[in-house]
Design a protein around this ligand. Structure first.
Ligand code: C5P
Length: 402
């Protein structure tokens, strides 16, 4: 989504992740946004105002008492000018001020005075992020409907490893776009399946697959961001549940089938992203299987129910969208799979390409529906999810705001 004519107030506070803020300004400007950068006092220690001025085309504001800047555009005017406020990085101290409604400087005052949505990209040492005071402040901010993006887990500038890395500029751009986009699924009910399923052989062993759940979780997140009341039926996955999404955790294909079918009729849209095991062991041994002294062990498997085909066969079926992971003749196989399962649309990706698909953070796909096809080019799974949700809304809910 373009950000043309959108006014973004980018707050930069004093953390090492401020080195990524200039890239963020570039991304926002490339999408057509007007960007006004506001520094906290300590932001100056990490990035130069002249860098931000060159990239944004506007002088950096940093002082509530700057008479010249206030005369040109007073802080209340600036707070009204903003369509969105993004604080990136947001330090623990800044979050604490915001949670308590304190306004010791220009940026915190603007946050109090604006009616625009406020997004925060926390960045701090992992112990500071885990500190109970920060946890409390994050909970208050979430309750106040401030959208918190990240932080990510990984290596930190201070040498620690853990949660506290600022979300990447690309992810922040997407969050800005999603926040400002028309809520194209507002009031709709959407159910997404995601992750692998596990088919028990005995109490400790199972058959499963490589699915990480990333693409399905991103689609649930994008549907919720587009205003949908979203349910995520997920097989075993380490991913956290996206904000504003009701997650139902299941293990086997049969569990997933039952959880989906119990809710399918009331949905407007069902998106099947899960890598459902096609077969399960015909016998689930109650005791752990023993070695057989060299004799072969034969497994007998029975087919699992096809979940999305069952949803599509309901008398008042919702719009049903499937995924097809193919390794050869991808488009041809997907077209016939869509017809065969009676799906409204199918998203196909070529999983023989190691750059995309299962455990990767990126994906590229083609959306196929009854009378058209559209490329979803190589991008992050989050960006692909946002583009897919937008496209599905245009195709199947044309009366919604786009
Ligand atoms: O037939 P195939 O497994 O390739 O189809 C993939 C699509 O069907 C995905 O959308 C997947 O979530 C869905 N599916 C399902 N139930 C199954 C098998 C696949 O819903 N038992």
């Amino acid at each position: 989504m373009t950000l043309a004519e959108k006014n973004i107030l980018l707050g930069v506070t004093g953390g090492i992740a401020a080195y990524k803020a200039p890239i963020l300004v570039r991304h926002l400007r490339n999408e057509g946004a007007n960007v006004q950068v506001v520094f906290s006092r300590s932001a100056h220690a990490f990035v130069a105002p002249v860098t931000m001025q060159a990239l944004s085309g506007r002088s950096v504001r940093d002082d509530l008492w700057d008479r010249e800047a206030e005369a040109a555009m007073g802080h209340i005017e600036l707070a009204r000018w903003a369509d969105l406020v993004l604080a990136a990085p947001a330090t623990a101290h800044f979050m604490a001020c915001l949670a308590q409604g304190l306004a010791p400087d220009l940026l915190t005052t603007l946050c109090l005075a604006t009616n625009a949505p406020i997004l925060l990209a926390p960045a701090m040492n992992q112990a500071m992020w885990r500190n109970p005071a920060t946890r409390r402040n994050a909970a208050i901010l979430a309750e106040d409907e401030r959208r918190i993006i990240g932080p990510e887990v990984g290596d930190q500038a201070c040498g620690d490893t853990g949660p506290g890395r600022m979300a990447e500029p690309e992810a922040l751009l997407l969050a800005v776009q999603q926040t400002l986009a028309a809520p194209c699924l507002k009031g709709r009910k959407v159910l997404v399946t995601a992750g692998p399923t596990q088919e028990a052989l005995d109490p400790v062993r199972y058959l499963s697959n490589q699915s990480s759940g990333k693409q399905g979780y991103a689609i649930a997140q994008a549907a919720a961001a587009a205003g949908a009341q979203t349910i995520l039926v997920s097989g075993p996955s380490n991913l956290p549940a996206p904000a504003n999404v009701e997650r139902i955790e299941v293990v086997s294909a049969q569990d997933m089938h039952d959880a989906v079918l119990a809710r399918a009729a009331e949905q407007a849209l069902v998106v099947g992203v899960a890598a459902v095991a096609d077969y399960r062991p015909s016998v689930q041994n109650q005791q752990k299987l023993k070695k057989r002294n060299g004799a072969p062990l034969k497994l007998s498997l029975v087919e699992n129910p096809d979940i999305i085909a069952a949803v599509a066969a309901l008398p008042q079926a919702p719009v049903v969208v499937g995924f097809a992971a193919e390794t050869e003749n991808a488009l041809e196989h997907a077209r016939s799979k869509r017809r065969h399962k009676n799906l409204d649309a199918i998203v196909v990706n070529d999983v023989s390409n190691k750059e995309i698909g299962f455990n990767s953070d990126h994906n590229a796909a083609t959306l196929i529906w009854a009378d058209g096809e559209a490329e979803l080019p190589y991008q992050s799974k989050e960006a692909l999810a946002a583009a897919l949700v937008q496209r599905l809304a245009e195709l199947f809910f044309p009366e919604s705001p786009h």
